[in-house]
Design a protein. Structure first.
Length: 166
């Protein structure tokens, strides 16, 4: 197929216009480019919201409770809960969120680890222990918050148990 000189005059502007349209569609996607390990580039800080089940434990805004994977119980000043939330905030941003907000809720970070794509953080207050697991899923991030009372006594300070007599 050959083009005459007459057709080349109008084809260049059309090709140029098509290129501009293509860039207009492609460039907005650059804001969502992934860096390093596949996590989204750092953006604005995640804000904290209060959830009725967790009370004083902060929850990142935009996360929803997964009802069929969650259980919670409280009696007086004691509570036991294992609740799951899903949302679209990047896993590493959620990890930083809990490092920042848990101390303001009265919890100290006692242990942290990263194992096969999952962050695990253990916190302790004067009366409770809380484990938070954060993992990246196919369509977002899952948070599991497991909280319960601290044990009453320490096995290191307890007297030796009485041995059974025959």
């Amino acid at each position: 197929m050959s083009f005459s000189r007459e057709n080349q005059g109008w084809s260049r502007p059309v090709i140029g216009l098509a290129g501009v349209v293509w860039l207009g569609v492609w460039l907005p996607g650059c804001a969502n480019w992934r860096v390093g390990n596949g996590e989204a580039a750092a953006g604005p800080a995640v804000s904290a919201v209060r959830h009725p089940i967790l009370e004083d434990i902060p929850k990142p805004a935009g996360f929803s409770l997964v009802d069929d994977h969650s259980v919670a119980r409280s009696s007086g000043k004691f509570r036991v809960a294992k609740v799951e939330f899903v949302g679209s905030t990047a896993r590493d941003a959620v990890y930083q969120f809990y490092k920042e907000y848990m101390p303001s809720a009265g919890f100290e970070l006692t242990q942290q680890r990263f194992d096969r794509g999952e962050h695990e953080m253990r916190f302790q207050s004067s009366s409770e222990e809380c484990t938070i697991r954060i993992r990246k899923e196919r369509f977002g991030t899952t948070i599991v918050v497991d909280i319960g009372p601290l044990p009453e006594g320490s096995p290191l300070r307890e007297p030796t148990p009485v041995t059974r007599r025959p």
